[in-house]
Ligand binder design. Structure first.
Ligand code: ASP
Length: 329
């Protein structure tokens, strides 16, 4: 079997094997077809979560058009959303934890797999830039909490304290019952994850969030965890996630999506299989959302979510448009 034929067989097998519960049987092998996978449109492609992805995509596109690197594009794209103080789920305008603190998580990964992350960070406007600086200026991948803040302040970042009456009032209202229901809906979540590929097929991704509203003080979700909220493999593609972070972490969600693509599974199907895995491991799951985005090296992309309502923004040469993801329950 020549290499291309073997790749196609394995690709189709990847899909078939998961469809039969990872049985990986000879029967599944027989069902595999030699259909060539759809070719992607080539870069640049910028793909990001939720409606706020439109603004992030526009900025990322502008950076790429101006000759910036794909890493600059993914950083500067999500930074727009971090600076938007009307956004209640990303950046310093985000909802607080149950003790009243806004704590931020972010990560970034480049084409070569280098990665930086920051978690449980307070009073810094751009956690994504802190994550990138950690990647570029330390031997580490992740810094958290006070240590991360101290490092950021010692490395050129400045403190910004934000006090928003609307957020304070909502928190005061929540405190009356102080009921923590980890229900992901449009009000209490909306991480921005952004993945991009340039004309040369170079990939990068970024992810930043204030996390679940009223989370336990100290809680870290999937968004700053490489392999959970974001994963980039320059040989294959990139994926990012949004929704209830605990569900994403348990299946190493974004890594799962990229590994499926490595086996030849197309991006939307890879997202679907990752969602299926979450559903299979959490029977009776209710009121939680998880959405995945996948971008293959050749620009082919896809999305899938647990429930209806996951929107994503896609910027190609045809323009920047908002789409609704497929969903499985
Ligand atoms: N994934 C984020 C977290 O768990 C929240 C979200 O995307 O909705 O912190």
């Amino acid at each position: 079997m020549n290499d291309r034929r073997r790749f196609l067989k394995l690709g189709a097998l990847g899909t078939a094997a998961f469809a039969v519960g990872c049985a990986g049987t000879e029967a599944a092998r027989e069902e595999a077809t030699d259909q060539a996978p759809a070719a992607g449109p080539g870069g640049p492609v910028v793909l990001s979560t939720w409606d706020h992805g439109m603004a992030a995509n526009a900025k990322a596109w502008e950076v790429l058009q101006a000759g910036g690197s794909v890493l600059d594009a993914v950083e500067q794209g999500v930074a727009v959303v971090e600076s938007d103080l009307t956004n209640r789920s990303v950046g310093l305008g985000g909802m607080p934890d149950r003790d009243g603190f806004v704590t931020l998580d972010a990560c970034i990964q480049d084409h070569d797999g280098r990665a930086g992350a920051v978690a449980f960070l307070q009073d810094i406007e751009h956690p994504i830039s802190v994550a990138r600086a950690i990647m570029e200026r330390t031997p580490h991948v992740m810094l958290v909490g006070d240590g991360a803040q101290q490092w950021a302040l010692a490395n050129g970042f400045t403190k910004r304290e934000v006090d928003l009456p609307e957020v304070r009032a909502a928190y005061a209202e929540w405190l009356k019952k102080a009921e923590y229901r980890p229900v992901a809906n449009i009000e209490n979540h909306d991480t921005i994850g952004l993945v991009a590929v340039d004309t040369g097929g170079r990939l990068a991704g970024s992810c930043t969030t204030s996390g679940m509203a009223y989370k336990v003080h100290g809680r870290v979700g999937d968004s700053p965890i490489i392999g959970a909220g974001l994963f980039v493999d320059g040989d294959v593609g990139a994926a990012c996630a949004t929704g209830t972070g605990e569900l994403v972490i348990r299946v190493a969600g974004s890594h799962t999506v990229v590994e499926l693509m490595r086996q030849g599974v197309e991006p939307e199907e890879a997202c679907r299989q990752a969602v299926k895995r979450i559903l299979a491991k959490h029977p009776g799951l209710k009121d939680h959302q998880v959405g995945f985005l996948a971008l293959r090296k050749d620009g082919l992309h896809g999305a899938c979510a647990v429930v209806d309502g996951f929107s994503y923004a896609l910027h190609t040469r045809e323009g920047n448009k908002l789409h609704k993801a497929a969903f499985l329950s």
